[in-house]
Design a protein around this ligand. Structure first.
Ligand SMILES: Nc1ncnc2c1ncn2[C@@H]1O[C@H](COP(=O)(O)OP(=O)(O)O)[C@@H](O)[C@H]1O
Ligand SMILES: [Mg+2]
Length: 267
């Protein structure tokens, strides 16, 4: 039987490592955002990263995605060293992310924003293609097909031609997920996707995250504040505090870890 429910799904602990962050330190002047952080993400897991504000969660995603180069340590994707590669190079290595807040083009339509995710797979520059030349027919067909699948998958057909700036927050986050999926990534990093959502929007997005895992079979790293969401979705949880990993375990283990309660849950 394909597609066991998530509740029954136990990560094997033997699946190959997808993303490996080793002994990574990132400093901004006197601030140590990441302090000798080591985290492995296996191909079959949804790993949640939690921790108080300023703990280094976004920095960890930024180092992974090539936004910042760590002063120390290595980042490997599928066994290949990606430390210090540019954002577009890391994207080509199969890493996609969604952003805290929204980083979409507000004046562009839903379809156009999702097409941005195809950019790295295009021979022609997407903006030149839009502005100067129109689509090159063959490329268009190929990319359109992927985008149509994503629109269908995320159930955003009715809003496909709306400018993203006119959409509510929940839908914008869904479009951001669509843009990331358009990269056809091997791993998906999500930075507090539920922040600012109402409970219905959270439930919707949670369902899409589970669907992504089932349909794409890729690992997900979910930075998330909502502990209910983490407990529901995560196979494993890593807790950051002041740039250090202070705990790691199943959601149930993390919930009763005294150091975690002190640093985070009790706060
Ligand atoms: N671009 C930056 N310049 C200077 N300091 C930064 C920068 N980005 C993050 N920091 C600092 O690094 C620490 C970790 O921040 P961040 O990774 O954003 O934490 P989190 O996402 O867990 O809230 C904080 O002290 C923050 O102020
Ligand atoms: Mg953050």
């Amino acid at each position: 039987m394909q597609g066991t429910s998530l509740a029954e799904k136990e990560p094997s602990h033997t699946a190959p490592v997808s993303l490996s962050i080793r002994n990574t330190t990132l400093k901004f002047g006197g601030v140590t955002a990441l302090d000798d952080v080591t985290i492995e993400v296996r191909e079959d897991e949804l790993l949640a990263i939690i921790g108080p504000n300023g703990a280094g969660k976004t920095s960890l995603l930024n180092v992974t995605a090539g936004f910042y180069r760590p002063q120390q340590g290595q980042v490997e994707m599928s066994g290949r060293d990606i430390t210090g590669l540019r954002v577009d190079q890391v994207a080509r290595m199969g890493v996609a992310r969604t952003f805290q807040g929204t980083h979409l083009f507000a004046g562009q339509t839903v379809v156009e924003n999702i097409l941005v995710g195809r950019h790295m797979r295009m021979k022609s520059n997407i903006f030149q293609a839009f502005v100067h030349f129109g689509w090159m027919a063959r490329e268009e067909d190929m990319h359109r097909e992927v985008v149509e699948e994503i629109i269908d998958f995320l159930e955003i057909e009715p809003i496909r031609n709306r400018a993203v700036g006119t959409l509510g927050y929940g839908l914008r986050k869904r479009v951001d997920l669509g843009r990331a999926l358009a990269q056809e990534p091997d791993i998906l990093l999500m930075d507090e996707p539920m922040a600012g959502m109402n409970s219905e929007e959270k439930e919707d997005l949670a369902r899409f995250i589970l669907d992504v895992r089932e349909a794409r079979n890729i690992p997900v790293v979910l930075v998330e504040h909502d502990m209910g969401v983490v407990m529901d979705l995560a196979d494993r949880v890593v807790v950051l505090d002041f740039g250090q990993v202070i705990a790691e375990g199943t959601p149930a283990e993390i919930q009763k870890n005294p150091a975690v309660i002190k640093a985070y849950l009790g706060a």
